[in-house]
Design a protein around this ligand. Structure first.
Ligand SMILES: [Zn+2]
Length: 250
């Protein structure tokens, strides 16, 4: 376990808020970002995901219809941003590949990455999509390889270093490319913070509000462009960002 300073504002002044699954969750007194602190070591996380990936895989087929419906809705919104056709999409956390397959069906050039080997195998075997099993944060990509859109749904809250992950996304986008981020909304945890289903350490290491997500994306060189939707009862944020190259050199 290692203590970290707030990755958003650099503050060391944090308020302990709750303990879940043996992990302490704090909020930063400077910027109100919620995160697990101390953070688990990489090896601990690796073991956790190894042990749990079979369980995820079992849950996936049950969720297929809902996930496909949601994927189509998201893809229609992407088409509204960029027009229909040969859009290059990179889906981080592609899981079993439903989103990728729906994107390919709409004529997009889609590929994805996921940490979970078994899910990526499922995506390839069942749908023949371009999915690779890797840790996005550790992977290197060809310098010329860029995308019109990067999507990541339910991913950023898992990352031990979300700022570095966002910076990496920025470097993989074409000029003015879009990043679409979906994550649980910590504002929906309520005043007393107790019974919120998305307190899930060590899976979820960071817990964003609309405000802290935007600030973090801006720190990585993005401009906030609006929300896919933001309905309080959904308890989720789905925000659209655009790569801003005016200050950040590729
Ligand atoms: Zn902070």
């Amino acid at each position: 376990m290692k203590l970290i300073q707030c990755p958003l504002c650099g503050n060391n002044d944090q308020e302990p808020r709750l303990v879940k699954n043996g992990y302490q969750i704090v909020s930063c007194r400077g910027c109100h970002l919620f995160f697990v602190n101390p953070q688990p070591e990489e090896g601990e996380l690796f073991c956790f995901y190894q042990q749990h990936q079979q369980l995820y895989l079992q849950q996936y087929p049950r969720k297929e219809i809902a996930k496909r419906r949601e994927a189509r809705r998201e893809l229609r919104r992407i088409e509204r941003l960029l027009g229909r056709g040969w859009i290059s999409v990179f889906d981080i956390g592609c899981g079993c590949g439903f989103f990728l397959q729906e994107a390919v069906a709409r004529g997009m050039n889609a590929r994805g990455v996921d940490l979970a080997q078994s899910e990526v195998q499922y995506a390839r075997d069942h749908f023949g999509v371009a999915a690779e099993s890797a840790n996005f944060l550790d992977s290197s990509y060809n310098p010329g390889e860029t995308f019109d859109v990067i999507t990541m749904f339910d991913v950023i809250e898992h990352w031990p270093d979300p700022v570095a992950g966002l910076v990496k996304c920025h470097s993989l986008l074409k000029d003015s490319g879009y990043l679409i981020v979906g994550t649980p909304d910590v504002s929906s945890a309520g005043k007393y913070l107790v019974e919120w289903e998305d307190w899930k350490p060590p899976e979820h290491l960071f817990y964003f509000s609309h405000e802290t997500l935007i600030k973090m994306a801006e720190k990585a060189g993005f401009r906030y462009r609006g929300d896919f939707w933001r309905v309080p009862w959904r308890k989720r944020i789905k925000a659209v960002f655009q790569a801003d190259f005016s200050e950040h050199e590729r």
